[in-house]
Structure formats: structure tokens, C-alpha cells
Design a protein around this ligand. Structure first.
Ligand code: ADP
Ligand code: GLC
Length: 473
């Protein structure tokens, strides 16, 4: 099959979070299964762009409303990521340093989607499926079906939407509808939700199939989806959950070049000790104490706002018997707070406010526990990386965390689970972690080596997507 993934992120080209990891890995595993997988994404000014060789494959002219633009499509020459990678260059709109966060993001991603559809509509053949990821590419299922310029060539091509995160929907006011390519005006309802153009809702309506990145997340979306719950209930017939996998080649403690000491499950105790020593040295922590880490976006969804109080309470209530380390960026107030706390709790707590891929690898390898108190977690990859690196995940019972982490009190449990995103539940779980680390050595050793044998690679989920595409033929 020929599969076209269209997305805003793809590791290692450009990544802001798990979406990038998924789009950088799933196509590779699909290619390994014998399919032609292509990724189409915006050309940002990233290191990857300057460090690789590209060939020009197409140029075109399009417009968003009255604004004409020229676009070029370049392809990475060596297929080094294991799939065909295409970048869409639109001067002045996409070629920026960051992925998101600009005032004209609406126009940027609209132009990107228009260019992608325009290019595909000029191919001699049609792909077998167009796979869109999240709201940044959510208007494509509508465009290929109802926009006059594209529908003749593309209306019969199956579209799939994967919902990685329904909190963000890409809302566009109806006053900007003129930016869309001309379409059957009586189809406006396929764009609308609650009186605005809602790209995520539109994709849920127009895509042939909808998937969510875990089973539990689909169930949760029917109850709470930032306003789209009725739509998810209504479209349940074409929706299914396919659990994300991880890229076992990028995330392998035996070969990871970003960590201080490589190890596998036989050498987990020694290997982690060395990595922890390195980490503790860098951050002034005590390598003898259990190290509990948090990695992620500092936003409400991740319950990062609870961290300052939960860490302080845990240090007081458990008499400083655990150390904490936070790696993250996001809400500026929270960034400040987590940074300032270093002075108050030196020797027990430290943080790195910012984004660092190498440090994240060292933390997965060198910490003993990884805390994820998320309020919403569609899938979550961190806990799967933690498992692969022999680090016990401490997770709230939600979304993909519920589907991937079992509690140590249950049969063959490999993690610590709690019910509420609250300071009390986190502090209590920290107590359980300290007890496991100090008093239950045998169980702890078993958990660490057992969790490293669990296969969370993309092998099975990549095939599930293929089966889904085949059902559309
Ligand atoms: P989300 O996509 O909601 O942010 P995921 O758990 O799916 O959450 O994926 C997060 C990804 O981003 C992981 O690869 C994680 O290691 C990485 N990550 C998050 N914050 C940082 C950071 N500050 N520095 C480095 N990597 C980070
Ligand atoms: C989103 C979700 C996260 C998921 C990731 C990849 O950003 O917040 O839970 O793992 O997408 O699907």
C-alpha cells in the first residue's frame, strides 16, 4: 500500500512532543512491513533541514483566500529515516524556527494543507490512504471531499484521522472562511462545531475512519472531549483505539548514545546506577536515595501545576527520603516556580527548565521512578520509555496510562498507579515508591527486569493500522 502521513511534527526533523515521536516511527515500521510510507510535513528551519541533502520534487502556486503563495516540495535524498520524507516550503509562512506558537498559525497550517492537497491532486496516480494527525491536518479530509479543485482527483482516496490530543482543535472564526479553497457551500456544516470552523471536529466528521491513540482515550472522549463529546459519541461506529508503540531502535538502553552507560535487562542494576550517578552529579542530588523524575510539557493536562506542592509535601512527609528532578517547559509561571524551588530544596530537588532530548534520555536511564500524574493522557509515551529503561512508572489511572501500566500490587504489576490527579495521591504514591526501593528489593529487582521485556514496539500497532486501511479498499 502507499500511505501518506501528513503531520505538523516528525522526529528527528521537528518534535514538540509525542506526536513527533509517533510520526517519526509508525511510517518506518509500516515500511518494514513492505509498504510505501511517506511523511509530508512543513519545512521549518530546523537542524535536520540544514544537516541533510534534499531534492526538489515539485513546485506550485496556490492561495488562501486573496493571498497567493508559491510552494516547493523537497524530498530527503537518502531515505535515512526508513521512509520517504517530504517537506513543504512556503516562504514567509512555514520556514520559521518553532513549530507552533505564532499569531498566524491558522494561516500557516491552512496554507500547508492546501499545498499538500494541491500537490497530491497533481499526481498521476492516487495513494491508497491519506492519514492525517491532529487538528493541524484536520481540514484535509474535508478539502479532498468538497473543495472543487481537489475533489475530482482525491475524493475517492480514503482518509484516516488519528486523534493524538482532542484538547487542541485549531478553531477558526467563521469570519475567516474566505481563506478556504472554494467548496460546496451547502457542506459548511461539515466544518462547523459550536459556531466556529473546527478542524478537529471537521476531520472527525469527514474522515473515513477515526482512531485514538489508546482504547481508554476513545472511551473518555465520549464523556469529555473539550466540547466534542457528542460528536465522538455520534461517530463511534467509525472510530477505534490503536495503542501507540515506541521506536525500539531510538529508545534502547543497550545502544542509546545519549546515556552514560549502556545496559540491558541483565545489567539493569549496574547500568542504572552509573547513569544515576551521572545525573545526581549534574544536579547535586544524592545517588543513594530513590530518584523520582518528571519529564513533559508544563501544562494542566499533565497536572504539572501540582508538582511544586506535591514535591514539597513529599519531601516533608517522607523526611527527605527521595530526590526529585523535573525536565520540562510550558506555562511561564510554573517554569518560574519550579526553577525557584531549587534554592529551597537544594540536594533534594532540581530542575532543568527547557527542552533537551539528550537529557530526557539520561533521565529515563538514570532515575528510579517516572511520575506522570496527568489529568488527560491520550496515550503517553514517557511511561513506555520508562518501562524500556527499567524505570518504574508512577501514573494516574487515565487514558493510555491505564492501558499500559499495571500496579505493583496486581499480578505481574510493573508500576505504581493512583486514581486522582491530586497532591495527596502523588504524595502517597511517593511513599509507596520509597518503600519499594528501600524495603522490597526482591520485588523491585523483578519488576525492573520484567518491565524491560515487555514489547511496546510498533510491530503490532503498525499492522493494526494496515488492517484498518485495507478495510477501506
Ligand atoms: P505529549 O505528546 O502529550 O507531550 P507524550 O508522552 O506522548 O506526551 O510524549 C512526550 C515526548 O516529548 C516524549 O518523547 C518526551 O520524552 C518528550 N519531552 C517532553 N518534554 C520534554 C523536554 N522538556 N525535553 C525533552 N523531551 C521532552
Ligand atoms: C499527544 C498526547 C499524548 C500522546 C501523543 C502521541 O500529544 O498528549 O498522550 O502520547 O500525542 O500520540
Amino acid at each position: 500500500m502507499e500511505i501518506i502521513h501528513i503531520a505538523a511534527e516528525c522526529y528527528p526533523v521537528a518534535k514538540a512532543g509525542g506526536l513527533g515521536d509517533v510520526v517519526g516511527a509508525l511510517p518506518k515500521y509500516q515500511a518494514e512491513l513492505g509498504h510505501v510510507a511517506k511523511v509530508v510535513m512543513p519545512m521549518y528551519r530546523t537542524k535536520f533541514l540544514y544537516a541533510n541533502d534534499w531534492e526538489l520534487v515539485h513546485e506550485g502556486d496556490q492561495r488562501i483566500g486573496p493571498y497567493a503563495f508559491h510552494y516547493s516540495i523537497i524530498k530527503e535524498k537518502t531515505n535515512k529515516l526508513g521512509f520517504d520524507l517530504y517537506l513543504i516550503d512556503i516562504n514567509g509562512l512555514l520556514d520559521r524556527e518553532k513549530i507552533y506558537g505564532y499569531e498566524d498559525d491558522t494561516e500557516r497550517f491552512l496554507a500547508f494543507q492546501v499545498a499538500a492537497c494541491d500537490w497530491m491532486s497533481k499526481w498521476q496516480h492516487s495513494p491508497d490512504v491519506i492519514h492525517c494527525h491532529d487538528h493541524h491536518t484536520g481540514l484535509i479530509p474535508f478539502m479532498v471531499k468538497y473543495c472543487f479543485e481537489f475533489r475530482q482527483k482525491l475524493a475517492d482516496v480514503p482518509t484516516v484521522l488519528t486523534v493524538h490530543n482532542a484538547q487542541y482543535q485549531g478553531w477558526i472564526g467563521w469570519d475567516k472562511y474566505y481563506l478556504l479553497p472554494p467548496f460546496d457551500s451547502w457542506k459548511w456544516g461539515m466544518l462547523d462545531w459550536a459556531d466556529s470552523i473546527n478542524p478537529l471536529a471537521s476531520a472527525v466528521k469527514c474522515a473515513w475512519k477515526v482512531t485514538t491513540v489508546s482504547h481508554s482515550y476513545l472511551d473518555e472522549l465520549k464523556e469529555e472531549a473539550n466540547g466534542l463529546q457528542d460528536l465522538f459519541q455520534y461517530e463511534v461506529g467509525k472510530s477505534s483505539g490503536i495503542l501507540n508503540g515506541i521506536d525500539n531502535q531510538v529508545w534502547d538502553p543497550l545502544t542509546d548514545t545519549m546515556i552514560a552507560k549502556n545496559y540491558d535487562k541483565e545489567l539493569v542494576a549496574k547500568g542504572k546506577k552509573k547513569n544515576k550517578k551521572e545525573l545526581a552529579g549534574q544536579f547535586g542530588l544524592d545517588p543513594e536515595k530513590p530518584l523520582i523524575a518528571f519529564i513533559g510539557r508544563l501544562v494542566g493536562e499533565k497536572a504539572a501545576d501540582l508538582l511544586p506542592e506535591a514535591i514539597a509535601q513529599s519531601i516533608y512527609q517522607h523526611h527527605g527520603n527521595a530526590n526529585f528532578l523535573v525536565l520540562g517547559s510550558g506555562d511561564p509561571n510554573l517554569e518560574d516556580k519550579l526553577d525557584q524551588m531549587k534554592h529551597q530544596f537544594g540536594g533534594y530537588y532540581n530542575s532543568y527548565i527547557g527542552y533537551s532530548e539528550p537529557l530526557s534520555h539520561l533521565i529515563y536511564a538514570g532515575s528510579d521512578f517516572l511520575l506522570m500524574p496527568s489529568r488527560v493522557e491520550p496515550c503517553g509515551l514517557n511511561q513506555m520509555y520508562a518501562l524500556r529503561y527499567g524505570t518504574v512508572p508512577m501514573v494516574r489511572n487515565v487514558g493510555g496510562l491505564r492501558d499500559t501500566v499495571t500496579d505493583m500490587g496486581d499480578w505481574q504489576g510493573v508500576g505504581i498507579r493512583f486514581d486522582q490527579a491530586s497532591v495527596e495521591d502523588i504524595t502517597y504514591s511517593v511513599g509507596r515508591a520509597i518503600d519499594l526501593y528501600n524495603n522490597k528489593q526482591e520485588l523491585y529487582n523483578w519488576m525492573r527486569s520484567h518491565m524491560m521485556t515487555i514489547d511496546h514496539s510498533w510491530d503490532s500497532s503498525a499492522q493494526q493500522y494496515i488492517d484498518l486501511y485495507k478495510s477501506l479498499k
